[in-house]
Design a protein around this ligand. Structure first.
Ligand SMILES: NS(=O)(=O)N[C@@H](Cc1ccccc1)C(=O)O
Ligand SMILES: [Zn+2]
Length: 308
């Protein structure tokens, strides 16, 4: 319909509203935000990318993606809040201004656009992409099992009907291929990768595809510890942190593990609120607090990246 919903930072927005919002926020803040297209989804929807940062040459970059899993709506709300905070506080907030002058944040408000649209139209609990699988009526691949990192070896299914289906091959999905290509093509500048999920209240880093200890484990653990303590300082929200395999579960094909092995040292997965009371159905009343506390952790990680 051509009736456009009004965007709100304290509500969950549908995809059309988010796409109109990303066009507007770029147009209204051209010195800080520009929008491009990362690619198109299986069903032909644009996957937008917002570059957030003061224009400059050979700046470090951090990729921040949201909406990997369709039902994790708080993740999508957070990316919108992050961009709002950047444009609102640039010039007044010292830490944020410094970050934006020296770092570019490449924000993907919704990676799994087909899945997100499907949770609005049909099934609120959908997780995967919406691609057709051969030989079955079961739809979709789990984008967080579809990366070339121990692909389909553990904590993933090779059955298309399962929610953790790893896909027909690594990067079989247009959405994961588009993201992987972007990171591969910008590896010289991309120093950080933050992928936002829900729920569990955890800050995870490689590896999830095995119990192998990452070469940068000690540093990543310290960065996570400091980021979590910043997050908890606001509303006393308790987070756990650590390598994915030992902190949540073994799961191969994750984007964080792939980015880390591709050379992006500061690679983290956030599992936002809550711990199961509402789960994926986190009430809109918690969007603001969740976003505010999470931004403190992102600032902490980004500051570490800038200083190292
Ligand atoms: N968001 S979640 O509930 O699906 N949890 C994530 C946990 C996860 C995080 C990083 C790598 C592999 C797995 C998942 O993909 O299973
Ligand atoms: Zn998820």
């Amino acid at each position: 319909s051509n009736i456009r919903a009004v965007h709100s930072y304290v509500k969950y927005n549908d995809l059309d509203t988010i796409n109109a919002w990303s066009a507007n926020i770029a147009a209204q803040n051209s010195g800080l935000v520009s929008r491009s297209q990362l690619g198109t989804s299986y069903e032909g929807r644009p996957i937008y990318l917002l570059k957030v940062g003061k224009s400059g040459s050979n700046k470090k970059a951090v990729v921040l993606d949201c909406g990997f899993h369709a039902r994790e709506w708080i993740s999508v709300a957070f990316c919108q809040w992050f961009v709002k905070e950047a444009v609102e506080k640039y010039g007044s907030d010292t830490q944020l201004t410094n970050l934006l002058n020296n770092l570019d944040f490449y924000v993907v408000p919704v990676l799994n656009v087909d899945g997100y649209a499907y949770t609005w139209s049909t099934n609120r609990m959908w997780r995967k992409t919406r691609s057709v699988n051969s030989g079955t009526t079961c739809i979709g691949t789990d984008p967080n099992r579809n990366f070339n990192a121990g692909w389909c070896t553990v904590g993933a299914s090779s059955r298309a009907c399962d929610d953790t289906y790893c896909g027909s091959s690594p990067e079989s999905e247009r959405e994961t291929k588009a993201l992987a290509n972007f990171i591969r093509n910008n590896l010289s500048s991309i120093k950080g990768y933050l992928t936002i999920h829900s729920y569990s209240q955890m800050l995870l880093f490689p590896y999830s595809y095995s119990y192998a200890v990452a070469k940068d484990h000690t540093e990543l653990n310290t960065v996570a510890k400091n980021a979590v303590s910043q997050l908890t300082s606001l509303y006393n929200t308790k987070y756990t942190y650590g390598a994915g395999g030992t902190t949540i579960y073994l799961a191969a094909g994750g984007s964080d593990d792939w980015a880390y092995d591709a050379g992006v040292k500061y690679s983290f997965t956030f599992e936002l609120r809550d711990t199961g009371r509402y789960g994926f159905l986190l009430p809109e009343s918690q969007i603001q607090a969740t976003s505010q506390e999470t931004i403190l952790a992102v600032r902490s990680i980004a500051t570490h990246i800038l200083n190292n």
